[in-house]
Write a protein that binds this ligand. Structure first.
Ligand SMILES: [Zn+2]
Ligand SMILES: [Zn+2]
Length: 145
């Protein structure tokens, strides 16, 4: 409803933001009011994120490396809602930073504090993922002389 007054919210018109190679992500980011939110449940965080299904799932699973629990992705607003009041407000902010995920990008609708926490976790997750992959490669090479 209130998002109609923000036609600039799309990466293509923003010189600071490179275009998103993934068309589905681009489409989802371009019309946040029409696209379905996914809700990422990660430890104490409940965060609405927008992107295509594939890259949202990828973002969630990467963040999942940073928790002993599980990063869960749900398609509807959780029963408890979003606990952080600032995050709730962030959902109404038209411009949200976009986090590149592989060849796509997702927008995280959270307050700055939780946004940077999620971003830090994503980056840590990427490193962990990379380490695990490298370790597996090495193990395989040791197995096969
Ligand atoms: Zn995508
Ligand atoms: Zn928050």
């Amino acid at each position: 409803m209130d998002s109609e007054e923000s036609p600039q919210y799309q990466s293509a018109t923003d010189p600071d933001t490179p275009p998103v190679p993934c068309k589905d992500c681009e489409a989802a980011l371009r019309s946040p009011e029409r696209s379905r939110y996914s809700f990422l449940l990660l430890d104490h965080l409940t965060t609405p994120i927008i992107g295509c299904e594939e890259h949202v799932a990828q973002f969630a699973s990467t963040c999942g490396y940073t928790t002993n629990g599980a990063a869960k992705l749900i398609e509807h607003r959780p029963a408890g809602g979003i606990r952080c009041p600032s995050c709730q407000l962030a959902g109404h902010t038209p411009r949200q930073p976009v986090i590149p995920v592989a060849d796509g990008a997702v927008a995280v609708h959270a307050c700055p504090e939780h946004q940077s926490e999620l971003l830090a976790r994503f980056q840590t997750g990427l490193e962990t993922q990379h380490r695990l992959t490298t370790a597996l490669d090495t193990a395989e090479r040791l197995d096969v002389p």
